[in-house]
Design a protein around this ligand. Structure first.
Ligand SMILES: [Zn+2]
Length: 161
């Protein structure tokens, strides 16, 4: 058997062993090093510093999985296509808590929506947005005051809900 043929067969066998040892990312499906818990892309998003809440990585991974649309992530509140690279964009992927402080209720949301919602619960936010729409359609109508459970002045400054 010629040496070059032997090396060719060896490289195919070695290559297939290397591919088999890789694991598939639960979000993107791309293969990655089994020594790493997540693929490099997921690690970048899951590893972001968020001082306001202790991360529940499984809840966040599940949120990423729900928000993944095959070529991009989509905001779970608005449906907008998000960016994971442009931190200054209003459509930057952020972590949003439907119930403030509850990591089990974490979703993927656009930075703009996150800033708008601040520490309102998702139901308070929806109530306010619908009331604002009614007010914009009829400026003589006054929005009833809502009593947010968690919202305090200044709490919104850090930008992560
Ligand atoms: Zn991944």
């Amino acid at each position: 058997m010629p040496l070059c043929y032997t090396l060719f067969v060896f490289s195919i066998v070695a290559g297939s062993v290397a591919v088999k040892s890789e694991v598939a990312c639960k979000v993107y499906g791309v293969l990655h090093d089994p020594q790493m818990k997540w693929c490099p892309s997921c690690s970048k998003i899951l590893g972001r510093n968020d001082t306001r809440a202790k991360h529940n990585k499984n809840a966040r991974l599940a949120a990423l999985k729900r928000a993944w649309g095959g070529s991009a992530f989509y905001c779970e509140i608005t449906g907008w296509r998000l960016t994971t690279t442009d931190r200054e964009s209003p459509f930057y992927l952020t972590w949003e808590h439907l119930v403030p402080g509850n990591e089990k209720k974490v979703v993927v949301a656009a930075a703009l929506v996150n800033r708008m919602k601040v520490d309102l619960t998702i139901n308070e936010f929806k109530l306010l947005v619908c009331a604002l729409a009614k007010r914009f359609a009829n400026p003589r109508w006054t929005i009833p005051k809502i009593r947010p459970q968690r919202c305090r002045r200044g709490a919104a400054a850090s930008g992560q809900g």
